[in-house]
Design a protein around this ligand. Structure first.
Ligand code: GTP
Ligand code: MG
Length: 193
C-alpha cells in the first residue's frame, strides 16, 4: 500500500497557500464528523497522522499530506456543522468549489459518508461539483462497524442507485479496517500507481 508513505506537508486556509499545482493529488471530502481524518489514518496505517476528534468541525484547513515529490493527499474541511459561523461556511463553500474546479493535479475525490446518514445535501453538492469538473468520485460509506451486514448492504445499494454515472461506492470502517484493500485498489490508478 503506497499510501503508507504519507507525511504531513502543510495546511492551507486559502488556495494560493497550496503546494504548486503539479503531479497527482486526490482529495478526501465529507460532512463534519463523517470520519474523513480517521479514514485517512487507516489508509496510511498511521494512527495520528490526521487529527481526529469527537468535536465536529475540527479540521478547518485544507491539510496536505505528501506521498512523494509528485503525489499528495488533501484532507478537506468538514462541512455542514451547525456551530461553524456562517462567514466561515461561506468561505469554505467557495474555497472547495474553486479547488475542485481549478486544481489541475486533482485526480479524484473520495467522498466520506456515515453509512447511517448518506447523501445529505452537502454530499449532493460535492457530487455535482465533481461531475462538473469531470472528476471521478469514490464514496466511502464509513462507520460500517456500527451496522449489521444486512443494513450496511442495503445502504450501499441505495447509494449506488442514487450516484451519477462513473461514481463508485463501497462499505468501509476505520475501526475494523473493513474495505481498506478495495479503497486502495480503487484510488491507486488515480495517482498513477
Ligand atoms: P471533521 O474533521 O471534524 O470534519 O471530522 P472528520 O470527518 O475528520 O471525522 P473524524 O475522523 O475526526 O471522526 C469523527 C468521529 O467518528 C470520531 O469520534 C471517530 O472516532 C469516529 N469514527 C470515525 N470513523 C469511524 C469508524 O469507522 N467507526 C466508528 N465506530 N467510529 C468512527
Ligand atoms: Mg477531520
Amino acid at each position: 500500500n503506497p499510501f503508507r508513505q504519507a507525511q504531513y506537508l502543510t495546511s492551507a486556509h486559502h488556495l494560493h497557500q497550496l503546494p504548486p499545482d503539479a503531479g497527482f493529488e486526490f482529495a478526501i471530502a465529507g460532512r463534519s464528523n463523517a470520519g474523513k481524518s480517521s479514514a485517512l489514518n487507516t489508509l496510511t496505517g498511521q494512527k495520528s497522522l490526521a487529527r481526529t476528534s469527537k468535536t465536529p468541525g475540527r479540521t478547518q484547513q485544507i491539510v496536505i499530506f505528501e506521498l512523494d515529490i509528485s503525489r499528495r493527499i488533501a484532507d478537506l474541511p468538514g462541512y455542514g456543522y451547525a456551530k461553524v459561523p456562517v462567514k466561515l461556511k461561506q468561505h469554505w463553500t467557495q474555497v472547495m468549489e474553486t479547488y475542485l474546479e481549478t486544481r489541475h493535479c486533482l485526480r479524484g475525490v473520495v467522498l466520506v459518508m456515515d453509512i447511517r446518514h448518506p447523501l445529505k445535501p452537502f454530499d449532493e453538492q460535492m457530487l455535482n461539483w465533481s461531475a462538473a469538473a469531470g472528476l471521478p468520485v469514490h464514496v466511502l460509506l464509513t462507520k460500517a462497524d456500527k451496522l449489521k451486514r444486512g443494513p450496511a448492504q442495503a445502504s450501499l445499494l441505495k447509494v449506488r442507485k442514487a450516484l451519477p454515472p462513473g461514481a463508485t461506492a463501497q462499505v468501509f470502517s476505520s475501526t475494523s479496517r473493513q474495505g481498506l484493500e478495495e479503497w486502495v485498489e480503487t484510488i491507486k490508478p488515480w495517482m498513477d500507481y
